[in-house]
Design a protein around this ligand. Structure first.
Ligand code: NAD
Length: 494
């Protein structure tokens, strides 16, 4: 590790509360670089005192300038925050890459989306007003949208910056204050965001970051009686635990964006384009399969199975696996040893339920202390088995076969999750039929491989509600902003 990297890690290892670093420390969490096993130092794990201080600081800020000023005043500060993030993309991306193992180029591309996300919400807040519902000679009634107050945002490690931004941008734009708890696996980039917010002129306490694990810090934050809304992204199991904590002391709304086991259905016309396999590979294996919307179930017509396996084998040749900081790397390691063990256990399940075939991603000089796992296919797994139903969160793609569109739909919907699905076809009637009947919050229809690569940006513009065990509550767009407000009705009687 270079001295520069060590200094950046050291200055982002403590919580940010009330516009400054929180120096008291209840416990430490040690971090290892997933690419080579080297120490990345330790970060703080806050207990009750720190969590209380963060929530109180957010409450004071909400009752102070932030809550009382005009939307335009807040917008100006959020735009300055966005500009400062844009100037610090390199540091934020480096922290993501070191802690999570994401290839640096991918980390930069992702973090670079953050400023526009904030700007979009800051501008949108200006039109988030309300409705006049009665205007009579002796009665004026209007319902207006007010900020909720203190928002607790609890986020995962796989998108340390963007998962935080997706929660905090609409919350702050709507006039709330925020206490963010990043994942214990990747706390530093979100922590850097908070000090940038202070530097950009957000008043102290508007955006706090409490570092720590889920069982202690996350639980304390979710159940805190002075938190008005909990906005969570992470696994379904943790989401359910967060929901229980959130209502344990005082009922409060919870937004849950949880796990997925998402299908991609390839209709026969999609096989005409040889480039399609790059798009299919990307949809399943980008970020080494560690993203909620990874489409890790490929459904193809029975007669095209061999072509699909061959196409993915060929695509793998242009996805080098290795050191995330090397410019040619497109796939990094898994986030830590626990995650690697979990994924390898699923490889065993896959062997029992189908034919496991490793893909030939180039991989020179893999560090033996790194958490690397080579991408693999599970060919024709048994229907309804664990490997087609459970979220692996790693580089494992099932290749399942169907006999017609109805059969494809039935198999895709035979899932406990309902986050996302994609459909590969240029036939609009089939695309519409599938989109209408797929039980998911988001459907992407691709008519080319290129379209699949650009789909990462869609979340900034669209909104969705996950179905089944993938969560509840709306994310994205204007509805995603309104979710951080509460409606109040006022009647003026004369
Ligand atoms: P996780 O559920 O282990 O942790 C998520 C966050 O919740 C972390 O900050 C963690 O510390 C906290 N947490 C855990 N238990 C808690 C508890 N009892 N009380 C309060 N907080 C608690 O998830 P992860 O491993 O960090 O991330 C991977 C998961 O996130 C996958 O399931 C993935 O599908 C999901 N995810 C979903 C989306 C989406 O938008 N739907 C996006 C990214 C990731």
């Amino acid at each position: 590790m270079t001295q520069e990297h060590a200094a950046l890690l050291a200055r982002t290892s403590r919580s940010w509360i009330g516009g400054k670093e929180w120096s008291q420390c209840d416990a430490d969490i040690a971090h290892l670089n997933p690419a080579n096993g080297q120490s990345l130092g330790a970060s703080q794990c806050l207990g009750a005192e720190g969590v209380d201080a963060a929530v109180s600081s957010a409450r004071r800020a909400f009752q102070g300038e932030w809550g009382r000023q005009t939307t335009g005043w807040r917008t100006a500060r959020l735009l300055a925050f966005a500009d400062l993030i844009a100037r610090n993309v390199d540091d934020l991306a480096l922290l993501e890459s070191l802690e999570v193992g994401r290839p640096l180029a991918d980390a930069r591309a992702l973090v670079a989306q953050a400023p526009e996300f904030i700007r979009r919400y800051a501008r949108m807040a200006e039109v988030c007003q309300g409705d006049v519902t009665a205007a009579q000679p002796r009665l004026l009634t209007f319902s207006w949208r007010r900020p909720r107050g203190v928002v607790a945002a609890i986020v995962p490690w796989n998108f340390p910056v963007m998962a935080a931004i997706v929660r905090i941008a609409p919350a702050l734009a709507a006039g709330n204050t925020v206490v963010l708890k990043p994942s214990e696996n990747a706390p530093r980039a979100p922590r850097l965001l908070a000090s940038l917010a202070t530097e950009a002129g957000l008043p102290d306490g508007v955006f706090n970051v409490t570092l720590g694990d889920g069982a202690t810090t996350g639980r304390l934050l979710a159940q805190h009686p002075d938190v008005d809304l909990v906005s969570f992204t992470g696994s379904t199991a943790s989401g359910l635990a967060v929901s229980r904590s959130a209502v344990s002391v005082r009922a409060k709304p919870v937004i849950l964006e949880c796990g997925g086991k998402s299908p991609q259905i390839m209709l026969d016309d999609a096989f005409d384009d040889p480039a399609v396999w790059q798009g299919v590979f990307f949809s399943a294996f980008w970020n080494t399969g560690q993203w909620c919307a990874a489409r890790t179930r490929l459904l193809v017509p029975k007669s095209r199975l061999a072509e699909a396996v061959d196409g993915l084998e060929k695509a793998a040749a242009s996805w080098p696996l290795g050191d995330p900081l090397a410019p040619t790397t497109r796939l990094g390691p898994l986030v830590n040893a626990t995650q690697r063990e979990r994924v390898l256990d699923y490889f065993e399940v896959a062997r029992g339920e189908g034919r496991l075939q490793e893909l030939g991603c180039p991989s020179d000089k893999l560090d033996p202390a790194g958490q690397f796992v080579r991408p693999a296919l599970v060919i024709e797994p048994s229907r309804g088995g664990r490997i087609t139903r459970e979220e692996v969160f790693g580089p494992l793609l099932t290749v399942e076969t169907f006999t017609g569109v109805d059969d494809a739909l039935a198999q895709a919907n035979a899932s406990d999750y309902g986050l996302m699905a994609s459909v590969w076809t240029s036939r609009s009637a089939d695309a519409y039929r599938l989109a209408r009947d797929l039980e998911v919050g988001c459907v992407a229809v691709y008519s080319s491989a290129e379209a699949a690569f650009s789909s990462l940006q869609d979340f900034v513009n669209s909104y969705l509600e996950p179905q089944k065990r993938s969560g509840h509550g709306v994310d994205g767009g204007l509805p995603g902003l309104l979710a951080y407000t509460t409606a109040q009705s006022v009647s003026l009687f004369n």
